[in-house]
Design a protein around this ligand. Structure first.
Ligand SMILES: [Zn+2]
Length: 280
């Protein structure tokens, strides 16, 4: 029986360690001062040599990746062509980076497509990119923002962030730990392709974001039903960009997971604390 260690840094920022090898999803640490919960980890938490897999190009997933590449010289990043272009643009706009270092950073960003299977160098981990889409924001979340004065005061900074960080292709990932087990990760939630979800069913662990809609927990429960993991873990439900974001309700997923057939164990991760999960 194998085991895998997961550390959640809020949003979709997740470190996964198996047999001493680390992979990261969406390693974003640059939260604003009012974000809840506060996290202490910074880009230094990313192991040099880790492979980073990006679900999509939005700022709350991608913003720290150029700094990570500059600081960690053995990190590799796998993402959509649009996200790759964003990273390259940000790297080129960083003052004081010598040409060889810039080239070395850009060389380590790999554009991938859905269906691609990546083996992080020196490991027995296989990571397959799953075709997915971004959640559509609901009227309640949008109206809440439109009628909130505090939000308007902040919209300028967010506006810049949205424009500078286009979404690009959206991927989930199916991670195979040798023959010991699997973890399926999504960085945005989509139930539009049930056949694709079914093709990635029965993992040991399913990680899903509950963010962007007030009824996201219900969509999360439906995705959980189709994927049918042993364990489901919500991420991204934290209040990462107040006042625009909010703690997203997880109740439907929390209460519904155990009632699925077969029942799924619902686990919320504490932030910044490594938790061990056993693989079948
Ligand atoms: Zn997004």
């Amino acid at each position: 029986m194998g085991e895998v260690s997961l550390t959640w840094n809020a949003t979709a920022n997740l470190r996964v360690e198996w047999k001493g090898r680390a992979i990261f999803f969406d390693p974003w640490f640059a939260r604003n001062e009012k974000a809840d919960p506060k996290i202490k980890n910074t880009i230094d938490f990313v192991d040099d040599g880790a492979s980073i897999f990006m679900s999509h190009g939005h700022f709350d997933h991608l913003q720290d990746v150029p700094s990570i590449l500059l600081k960690k010289e053995k990190v590799n990043v796998y993402c959509s062509p649009v996200a790759r272009a964003t990273i390259e643009r940000q790297l080129r706009a960083t003052p004081g980076v010598e040409a060889p270092k810039l080239a070395w950073c850009i060389d380590r960003v790999h554009a991938i497509a859905a269906g691609d299977v990546i083996t992080p160098p020196g490991s027995d981990i296989k990571v397959e990119a799953i075709k997915s889409e971004h959640i559509s924001f609901d009227a309640k979340s949008i109206l809440r923002a439109l009628f909130n004065l505090e939000v308007w005061k902040n919209i300028k900074s967010l506006g810049g962030s949205l424009k500078d960080y286009p979404k690009g292709d959206v991927f989930g990932y199916d991670v195979r730990f040798g023959n010991e087990g699997r973890l399926v990760f999504f960085g945005s939630l989509c139930k539009k392709y049930p056949d694709i979800l079914k093709a990635h069913s029965n993992p040991d662990i399913l990680v899903i974001p509950v963010a962007g809609r007030f009824d996201c927990d219900k969509i999360g429960l439906e995705v959980t039903r189709i994927v049918s993991p042993k364990v489901v873990i919500p991420v991204h439900h934290d209040n990462f960009f107040p006042p625009i974001t909010y703690w997203t309700p997880v109740a439907a997923l929390k209460e519904g997971a155990g009632k699925l057939d077969p029942p799924v164990r619902y686990v919320e991760l504490p932030v910044e604390k490594a938790e061990t999960f056993y693989l079948a």
